[in-house]
Design a protein around this ligand. Structure first.
Ligand code: AMP
Length: 113
């Protein structure tokens, strides 16, 4: 049976995505439905369902360091950006593989809706 996790399949390159960065710990690819001029998702190679299930500090650090690096290479580090981890139903999480949204390139409203 094929892996039901969409982001695991993207990590393994079983389904196409626009990958812009990868290292031993994380893979980053463009969101298929971008909500900002730059909208990249950073995911761990290892399957972790949500932030609630994350216990590996090195993995979480790798996600955030990759997010900051992507902001630099995307040219939004100086103008500003948001790194967001939606968690659970009220948090708006729709894919059950923890991921950081890196969004920028326009002024983002606060608070989110
Ligand atoms: P969340 O709602 O926080 O779980 O974020 C999931 C994100 O995954 C959404 O912003 C979707 O647009 C994005 N997404 C869903 N399917 C794909 C895909 N095949 N490739 C890239 N991004 C995707």
């Amino acid at each position: 049976m094929s892996d039901p996790c969409l982001f695991c399949r993207i990590v393994r390159k079983e389904i196409p995505s626009t990958i812009i960065f990868e290292n031993d710990h994380v893979v980053a690819f463009r969101d298929i439905d971008p909500k900002a001029p730059t909208h990249v998702l950073v995911v761990p190679r290892e399957h972790v369902s949500s932030l609630n299930d994350a216990t590996d500090g090195a993995m979480l650090g790798a996600l955030l360091l990759a997010a900051a690096g992507i902001a630099r290479t995307e040219g939004i580090a100086e103008s500003g950006y948001r790194a967001v981890i939606n968690t659970g139903g009220d948090g708006g999480q729709s894919v059950g593989h923890v991921h950081v949204h890196v969004m920028g390139g326009r002024r983002l409203a606060w608070p989110p809706g």
